[in-house]
Design a protein around this ligand. Sequence first.
Ligand SMILES: [Fe+2]
Ligand SMILES: [Fe+2]
Length: 181
Amino acid sequence: MNIKESEIGVDEELGLKDKIQNLFEHQIQQEYNNFLIYVKISGYLNKMRLNGLAEYFNKNGTEEVGHGNLLASFMRDQGYTYSICDCNTICDKIEDDMNDYSLYDLVKLSLNREKTNTDNIYYILDFCISNKLGIEEQFTRSFLAEQIEEVEKFQTLLDKLYIAKNEPSAILMIDKEYGEK
Ligand SMILES: [Fe+2]
Ligand SMILES: [Fe+2]
């Protein structure tokens, strides 16, 4: 991947430890933000009476908390520190009202967030490799492996919705399928 595409970067004034600390800290925030977004999406889907997909997004939200916690625990183990924005600040910032979003839009938004995450994690991995941060590199590689699966699963769902178009029976089949995942 091309690092220039990534939304993140490091402050060149900082020392190595602070640079990597900031990168991991930013990623923790991203994971918790995704948790909030997916739970928010779950609420919209529930209103649309798509209970299977609502449940699926809720589960995905829980996974994001797991990712954030994993990063936080790694940082603590390695002697790094971090701070996280409070929930209200995040909720204001993450997305405006998604009321007008279609099901397709909501999944596309999720896919785009996962793609951004993937770019960011590649950036962190490149940073670890070029700065010979062995333990951090190892951790980031395992983190990245799971992240790639995240992109694939939302891409698959989006592809299915694209084929279904706005055909209610097809959408209901997808809803049932994802409710059982
Ligand atoms: Fe994640
Ligand atoms: Fe994710």
